[in-house]
Design a protein around this ligand. Structure first.
Ligand code: MN
Ligand code: ZN
Length: 497
């Protein structure tokens, strides 16, 4: 990742950037605070340009015009915020993203943080900064040519506000979250020859700098613990499997932790049940759940969240090989239950089965949320608009739904039930790892639930949202970092002491 944005916060007593950014309503009225800096003739110019451009101040739309003669800036960037009546529910992160989308690389800009009617709080202004940063993210580590070109020059943005001290304070939490999203995006975007289980574990270990305790379990230890379902998935790979436990102790010792579990299949060929070739390169993203958990642990530690949180990620590579797992194999998971392998491409649930059981058994968490790019079927059901949510706990679902709406990382609850559970009964073992096409996301969730006891638990199927999402105001990256903001918000809303 390269940082294409330099962000500053200053008072509104001067402007000095090349571009001046203002927000206007659908009546094209700028905020009072912006008026002083527009310069003579700017209103008439704006009205003419808007008419010519058919610019109507629609929310997140933008227009760029040359400054009037004698103004203290070169270009005026006008961003719409829609009708006044809608401003109390404006998404400020998206607004920041819209601003970043209008700014040119290598230029400097002053953004006047003010709306025409209502005041912007320090938290809302910080969300604008978050959106700017998320939109400016670019993964260009392997682009040797464009990295040196002009369009790789950073944008310098100065947020102009009447209360810079309050905004600087609010920015700290936002920077922690932005850093977490960027870590998750980087991990998802990295190629699978670079990011394999051991390398992923090394990157997670970097969180130690922030005070996170990181424990890396190797294959010898995993065998001893009894994670045979997880190890079965990785046994066809030259790369060794790993489980990483990350612990952030932000609350008093003895306060029960919250736990996050991630599927980290660093590449999924499908194994002996080999996937078709077309699009297989996308399977480098089959670790987006683990990436989210790692990014989340960064966010919580970097903003010193007052919570005890555990992140556990299962890291394996699923390859076809002379030693690979076969359809028909029966493995015993850590829970003691036996699993008949029907399809070696249904591997994520095998990894999670052991890691979920281990997490609830060892850490007795208040709740356990797992994230996984688990099924293609969730794309059939929900497209890329919502993550699938499966849970044994209504309160946890309600809280996730609220945090989802607030962050734009929305979830949609899907059913669990005895009839679905029956579908994964096996002829030869306690259960089978695949029950065919019908309700594919649900039967995968039922499989996970057989490895969860009374612990409040939620499973987020992020196969549609973790990567390759449609462009949004806050994301242009293939790896979206989906879930970091959602779960950080969930913790902030309910679980900090
Ligand atoms: Mn698979
Ligand atoms: Zn997979």
């Amino acid at each position: 990742m390269s940082q294409r944005l330099k962000l500053e916060v200053k008072a509104l007593n001067t402007i000095g950037g090349q571009d001046l950014v203002i927000f206007v309503s659908d009546k094209l009225t700028p905020a009072k605070l912006a008026e002083d800096w527009l310069g003579e003739g700017a209103h008439a110019l704006l009205a003419r340009a808007a008419a010519a451009d058919k610019f109507k101040g629609k929310v997140f739309s933008g227009m760029t015009l040359l400054a009037p003669d004698g103004a203290g800036y070169e270009r005026l960037v006008v961003i719409g915020v829609g009708p006044d009546a809608d401003h109390d529910k404006l998404d400020f992160a998206k607004l920041g993203g819209a601003v970043a989308g209008k700014l040119g690389s290598g230029r400097s800009a002053d953004v006047i943080i003010a709306l025409p009617d209502v005041e912007i709080s320090a938290e809302q202004a910080a969300a604008v900064a978050l959106g700017l940063r998320l939109r400016a993210y670019v993964f260009d580590r392997y682009k040797t040519k464009t990295r040196e070109a002009d369009d790789a020059d950073p944008i310098t943005v100065t947020l102009r506000t009447p209360d810079p001290a309050a905004l600087k304070k609010a920015l700290k939490a936002c920077e922690a979250v932005a850093g977490g999203v960027e870590i998750a995006r980087d991990l998802v975007n990295e190629p699978p020859n670079v990011l394999y289980p051991e390398e992923f574990a090394e990157r997670a270990a970097k969180l130690e700098k922030l005070g996170v305790e990181v424990e890396i379990l190797d294959e010898k230890q995993l065998k001893k613990i009894g994670m045979r379902a997880l190890l079965g998935v990785g046994q066809g790979s030259r790369r060794e499997s790993r489980v990483v436990v990350m612990r952030w102790n932000g609350a008093k010792p003895g306060v029960r932790p919250v736990a996050f579990v991630g599927k980290g299949v660093t590449f999924d060929t499908g194994g002996i049940s080999l996937k078709p070739g077309a699009g297989m390169e996308d399977m480098k993203g089959d670790m987006a759940g683990a990436a989210c958990v790692t990014g989340l642990m960064h966010a919580l530690a970097a903003r010193k969240a007052k919570v005890n949180a555990i992140g556990v990620i299962g890291l394996v590579e699923n390859m076809p090989d002379g030693n690979a797992q076969r359809p028909g194999d029966i493995v015993t998971s850590l829970s003691g239950q036996t699993i008949e392998i029907i399809n070696t491409d249904a591997e994520g649930r095998l990894v999670l089965a052991d890691v979920l059981w281990y997490t609830q058994d060892k850490y007795k968490p208040r709740f356990m949320i797992n994230l996984a790019t688990l099924t293609g079927a969730i794309l059939v059901a929900l497209a890329q608009e919502n993550a699938g949510l499966f849970s044994n706990d209504d309160e946890l679902c309600e809280r996730l739904a609220v945090a989802g709406k607030a962050t734009g990382e929305t979830v949609w609850r899907m059913p669990l039930g005895a009839a679905y559970d029956k579908m994964i009964d096996s002829k030869f073992a306690d259960m089978k790892n695949s029950a065919g096409r019908y309700g594919g996301s649900i039967t995968a969730a039922q499989f996970l639930q057989r490895h969860v006891n009374e612990t409040p638990w939620a499973h987020l199927d992020i196969a549609g949202t973790g990567m390759g999402s449609p462009n949004s105001e806050t994301n242009r990256s293939w790896g979206s970092g989906w879930g970091v903001r959602l779960l950080d918000r969930l913790v902030a809303n309910h679980y900090e002491s």
